[in-house]
Write a protein that binds this ligand. Structure first.
Ligand code: HEC
Ligand code: HEC
Ligand code: HEC
Ligand code: HEC
Ligand code: HEC
Ligand code: HEC
Ligand code: HEC
Length: 259
């Protein structure tokens, strides 16, 4: 008989604990479907407490991790926490960490997709980070074991940027003429999981820039942006192509981010 995961839809719906109610609301609001942790043939869940015997370095910091907040008090706590990503660990614990007794997602996104279903779609869009190709993992940008899952804190865009700048040093400046847009985060213009537009851009045309550089229009046939009529410029291409504002990330020579 094949191993049946102990988590099913009912576990989530009838979990009982208040925390689950909250989590469920969160999930519904975020329009995500919860599925199941990985499976390990023949093993059952033992709870995160057990892991601290041998992996204290990880368990001692786990309490403030985004995914630790999924843990509910009481009996339910057994099934979630560490084992939500690593699968049921009874055989692993019994064998003192024997090879092949636990799931290690490493760079593979499959474990994450089990709960974050929408992300599989995003990483299959035409422009994306090479996660499906195995050249990068979700954990290059996300912490599984400690702190905010969005590296260095999702609420502070300056530090979210620094996680991008680890790999994309040239977009970080410092520039003589900085584009203040980047202070709000690389993600105001880029969708790091993927996009239908080239370079993972959130919009393929002037709309990308108009989200901040919008100006009330007063005369017909005139498109005022930054105090100048852009009607004829906009017919030439995007704001950043065609020799206008090619230095979107910042410039050393041009205050209008021309090059
Ligand atoms: C009795 C000690 C012991 C306990 C308890 C224990 N582990 Fe391990 N674990 C080990 C050893 C030993 C290894 C292999 C060496 C290493 O990577 O540290 C290991 C390795 C791992 C790995 C990496 C496996 C791989 O193939 O790369 C994961 C993931 C893991 N443990 C998760 C857990 C989780 C989750 C728990 C709690 C449910 C747990 N362990 C409980 C001893 C233990
Ligand atoms: C959100 C999913 C997730 C949760 C929850 C999680 N892990 Fe992991 N774990 C990963 C991923 C992904 C990796 C592989 C990449 C890495 O090492 O960061 C990993 C790797 C490991 C390893 C191997 C580390 C190594 O250096 O080889 C151990 C041991 C481990 N986890 C233990 C734990 C323990 C103990 C807990 C609970 C306190 C836990 N994990 C909770 C996703 C998770
Ligand atoms: C067992 C289900 C499950 C698995 C497996 C899982 N997650 Fe999550 N994850 C959740 C839940 C539940 C939340 C919190 C509610 C939400 O925002 O969806 C969450 C939240 C997150 C967040 C947002 C945190 C924040 O501060 O907003 C990130 C990022 C994330 N997970 C990444 C990952 C990555 C990367 C993996 C794989 C290593 C993974 N998750 C595996 C269930 C899971
Ligand atoms: C290149 C960096 C990068 C990679 C790789 C990456 N993410 Fe993210 N992710 C981010 C950033 C940045 C945010 C915050 C987005 C924002 O604030 O708009 C985020 C947000 C999230 C969130 C919470 C908000 C949401 O969109 O639901 C989840 C869940 C998540 N990522 C899961 C994943 C999973 C699963 C993978 C791997 C399949 C992954 N991410 C790979 C950078 C990345
Ligand atoms: C671990 C390294 C790493 C991190 C962190 C990272 N990236 Fe990337 N990024 C890459 C790689 C690798 C590529 C693919 C390059 C290629 O295909 O030539 C890429 C491609 C891109 C591209 C598209 C380039 C193109 O030519 O299509 C953009 C835009 C981008 N990343 C933005 C970001 C943003 C925004 C963040 C932070 C949320 C981020 N990256 C974090 C490694 C990283
Ligand atoms: C104001 C919008 C905006 C912001 C903010 C922004 N980018 Fe970009 N980025 C763009 C545009 C537009 C392009 C496409 C340029 C092109 O095709 O010539 C681009 C291209 C890229 C590329 C591909 C480079 C190449 O030569 O093909 C990378 C990598 C990148 N951005 C990373 C980042 C990082 C990292 C940040 C945050 C520090 C960031 N971007 C912030 C608009 C932005
Ligand atoms: C997140 C908001 C935001 C986005 C998106 C954004 N900008 Fe900006 N941009 C600013 C801010 C703030 C300034 C500095 C104040 C100002 O001059 O309006 C600025 C300044 C500029 C300047 C310099 C104006 C001058 O002469 O001093 C140019 C050119 C520019 N942006 C072009 C673009 C282009 C092209 C895009 C789209 C790829 C874009 N911006 C997207 C916020 C943004």
């Amino acid at each position: 008989m094949s191993y049946k995961p102990r988590w099913n839809k009912n576990t989530f719906i009838f979990g009982g604990a208040a925390a689950w109610a909250l989590l469920l609301v969160g999930c519904v609001m975020a329009d995500r479907t919860m599925v199941a942790p990985p499976t390990v043939a023949g093993a059952t869940f033992v709870g995160s407490e057990k892991c601290s015997q041998c992996h204290d370095g990880i368990t001692s910091k786990f309490h403030d991790a985004s995914h630790a907040k999924m843990m509910a008090p009481g009996d339910n706590a057994k099934d979630i926490g560490c084992e939500s990503c690593h699968g049921p660990a009874s055989l692993h614990v019994k064998s003192g960490g024997g090879a092949g007794t636990i799931s290690n997602p490493k760079n593979s996104p499959e474990t994450c997709f089990q709960c974050h279903l929408d992300k599989r779609g995003e990483f299959n869009l035409p422009s994306t980070h090479p996660v499906m190709a195995g050249k990068m993992g979700c954990s290059d940008c996300h912490n599984a074991h400690t702190g905010d899952a969005v590296l260095e804190g999702s609420t502070n865009m300056d530090t979210t940027n620094s996680s991008c700048l680890k790999c994309h040093t040239s977009q970080g400046g410092p520039y003589v003429f900085e584009h203040e847009a980047s202070r709000e985060g690389c993600v105001v213009c880029h969708s790091p999981h993927g996009s239908v537009n080239a370079k993972m851009l959130k919009a393929r045309n002037a709309n990308l820039c108009i989200q901040c550089h919008f100006q009330q229009q007063t005369a017909p046939g005139v498109i005022m942006i930054g105090g100048r009529d852009h009607a004829s410029f906009l017919s030439r291409g995007t704001c950043w192509s065609g020799g206008c504002h090619e230095a979107v990330h910042g410039s050393h020579v041009s205050s209008s981010l021309r090059f």
